[in-house]
Design a protein around this ligand. Structure first.
Ligand SMILES: Nc1ncnc2c1ncn2[C@@H]1O[C@H](COP(=O)(O)OP(=O)(O)O)[C@@H](O)[C@H]1O
Ligand SMILES: Nc1ccn([C@@H]2O[C@H](COP(=O)(O)OP(=O)(O)O)[C@@H](O)[C@H]2O)c(=O)n1
Length: 244
């Protein structure tokens, strides 16, 4: 629903106007952590669109679709049923009814996701899903990804674009990999190179590349603690709400 019709529908019942927040940026800038915390604080829904692209990628791999063959990926794009749970306290994702939260985080999926997400048929399908979820969020939603402010929800009330230095992002991801690997050492240079490679693929694709929307507020999180980023985004949303 467009912002104006959402507003009219909601004002007619004296309910608060749902707020739509778009959070974009490259990998490891803090999109998921920030968006979840902001949604919890403000009582909004939360959608991790990267999880949806990971889910469709996982399905392709599981069903033997060659992820380097864009026509094969496009031909299968409508087949998986992807359902996202939007409670920020416990976000969920299922594919054909099965919990996919674990399998979508494997290295195999991470390595394949940029190729799958670059296929226009995949983006069209997932974008439609995202818009339907955002339109149905009762109090509003924080949607995080790469093209939310530019393509999925260009009329979002608040648009944030998070950045951070490659070194800070690699250190954050390295911390996660170390925890997942039971404390074993992580090659930070390799982690940084992998992040930059994925950024380049996501920024360089033809359809809906990773890009800051012209009207997005850019927040460099390199030197900020997560709490500070959350506070900054909450303030921007509250300012927007007060301005009406
Ligand atoms: N401002 C920050 N300072 C330090 N660590 C952060 C910050 N924001 C996020 N993190 C940590 O960095 C890692 C990646 O964050 P995440 O939210 O998954 O980023 P993204 O969704 O952009 O890939 C997580 O372990 C998270 O706890
Ligand atoms: N709105 C979005 C979100 C993710 N993606 C794709 O999905 C991949 C995984 O997204 P993610 O948010 O899970 O990535 P990280 O959290 O690992 O950075 C990205 O590298 C993009 O290829 C996208 O194309 N558009």
């Amino acid at each position: 629903m467009a912002a104006t019709s959402r507003q009219a529908a909601s004002e007619s019942q004296d309910a608060p106007v749902p707020v739509i927040v778009a959070v974009d940026g490259p990998s490891g800038t803090g999109k998921s952590s920030t968006s979840r915390a902001v949604a919890v604080k403000l009582g909004l829904s939360y959608l991790d669109t990267g999880a949806q692209y990971r889910a469709i990628t996982w399905w392709m791999l599981k069903h033997g679709v060659d992820v380097r063959d864009a026509s094969a990926v496009a031909a299968a794009a409508d087949r998986p049923e992807i359902v996202s749970g939007t409670d920020p306290v416990d976000p969920t994702i299922t594919v054909d009814g099965a919990d996919a939260a674990g399998p979508i985080r494997t290295q195999e999926v991470t390595d394949a996701v940029s190729a799958v997400s670059a296929v226009p048929g995949v983006r069209a399908r997932i974008t439609e899903l995202q818009r339907a979820i955002a339109a149905g969020a009762p109090t509003g939603i924080v949607v995080e990804g790469r093209d939310i402010g530019t393509t999925v929800l260009p009329d979002a009330d608040v648009k944030i674009f998070l950045t951070a230095s490659p070194e800070a992002r690699a250190a954050r991801r390295g911390g996660e990999l170390k925890a997942a690997g039971g404390g074993q050492g992580v090659d930070l240079d390799a982690t940084r190179e992998a992040l930059l490679k994925r950024d380049a693929a996501d920024s360089g694709r033809k359809t809906s590349p990773l890009r800051k929307a012209d009207d997005a507020v850019e927040v460099d999180t390199t030197e900020l603690a997560l709490d500070q980023v959350v506070e900054c985004v909450v303030t921007l949303i509250e300012e927007k709400r007060q301005a009406g």
